[in-house]
Write a new protein. Structure first.
Length: 392
């Protein structure tokens, strides 16, 4: 019976004319926008990599850097200057990927952000310079050349704080949390409006003549959950296609597979935790106008973990408060994906959070079912939560 109710709810929501029109418009805008934007984006040329070279100590490396860049297919722009070196506090010229300071045989490469391509380029140039010097030196022999080449490795010195904020990592976690929040809010609103609509029109009285209140609530939640999942997939797949087609996924150094897996798991768990309780609370009122007075506390309850995930996790992903909140069911759907994006959560912590949520869901379902059963037939004013629970 519950599956029949869920199927009816799913078909009603999915095949609604407004939903079909809005979904079609979204698909056309996303996919069509990607197809139209592709020719313009493909014409853009990548900017050249700027390398600053100390003219007093490393200038002889310049021709070897240019030759190595040509061999590796890199677009490199050399900027000669009088460098002022101060170890890790060295300031790089504006827009420069690195600063090279001699001697030529063992140069030092100062960089703010590590770039393997630049390091490999300087390495090749250094080896070529040493090889050239050894070959032209009358005292050189193969053994000396091999030893010199083996020792000709640039030293990379990080500049600034090694724990700088990673915007791509933050963006990956933020996307999961925000999309999850929006989908959960939308799903909860659909369930609440459906419950109150059936209650105000007295349709629920007819339905309860053949099914139990808990079965009716469970069917509605399951049907809306499937509808929301289809909506999320319908929204996500075109965006993923557009990102791939336009080449954005190649430029973002984020684990797309992990993001999708996190969203899928915590969408199911978050949906079960939040929306089941929303459905029970919606039965406390009999008019659409009164929904806000009941569900506002629940909305705030969802916003608290969202903001904590956005602001607390990036600043202290391994802190005691973060670790504890990760294991609280109402916080886990937002805290776990953000910590996973930062690589700050172990597999054991993730499994424990999932298990706690799975244990909590039946308890919340029982509570929501009692509230729904005790309040759904009340046609008067707003009913108190404790009174509805006792009557259920």
């Amino acid at each position: 019976m519950m599956w029949l109710i869920a199927t009816r709810e799913f078909r009603t929501r999915t095949l609604a004319k407004a939903n079909l029109i809005s979904t079609s418009i979204m698909l056309v805008l996303v996919v069509g926008g990607a197809l139209l934007a592709k020719p313009f984006l493909s014409d853009t040329e990548p900017e050249a990599t700027v390398l600053a070279v100390d003219s007093a100590t490393a200038a002889p490396l310049i021709p070897f850097i240019e030759a190595a860049a040509e061999a590796q297919g890199m677009d490199v722009e050399i900027e000669e200057l009088d460098a002022e070196v101060d170890g890790a506090d060295t300031t790089l010229p504006e827009d420069a990927a690195g600063l090279i300071v001699g001697p030529v045989e063992t140069p030092e490469l100062f960089m703010e952000d590590s770039d393997d391509a630049v390091v490999a380029l300087v390495h090749s140039a250094t080896q070529a310079a040493v090889l050239d010097a050894q070959v032209t030196d009358l005292g050189g022999d193969p053994a000396q050349i091999g030893a010199a080449l083996a020792a000709a490795t640039p030293t990379v010195t990080p500049v600034g704080d090694a724990d700088d904020f990673d915007p791509e990592t933050f963006f990956a976690g933020l996307v999961v949390c925000v999309v999850l929040f929006v989908v959960l809010i939308q799903s909860a609103s659909v369930i609440m409006m459906g419950v109150v609509e059936e209650k105000s029109s007295r349709v629920v009285e007819v339905l309860l003549a053949t099914v139990r209140p808990v079965t009716l609530l469970g069917g509605k939640v399951l049907g809306v959950g499937l509808y929301s999942l289809v909506q999320a997939v319908t929204l996500f797949l075109p965006i993923l296609f557009a990102s791939w087609y336009l080449g954005f996924l190649e430029s973002l150094e984020v684990p797309v597979g992990t993001i999708v897996a996190n969203f899928a798991v915590w969408f199911v768990l978050g949906f079960a935790i939040f929306t089941i309780f929303f459905g029970g609370l919606a039965a406390l009122v009999s008019r659409q106008e009164d929904i806000g007075s009941v569900t506002t506390p629940m909305m705030l309850l969802m916003m608290v973990p969202l903001y904590l995930a956005i602001y607390l996790v990036p600043n202290n992903p391994d802190g005691t408060a973060t670790v504890v909140l990760t294991q609280i069911p109402f916080f886990a759907p937002f805290m776990v994906p953000m910590r996973a994006a930062f690589g700050a959560i172990s597999t054991g912590e993730t499994v424990l959070a999932v298990v706690i949520c799975l244990v909590t869901i039946p308890v919340l379902t029982w509570i929501a079912g009692k509230v729904y059963a005790g309040a759904v037939l009340n046609t008067g004013g707003r009913m108190k939560l404790t009174e509805a629970f006792k009557r259920g």
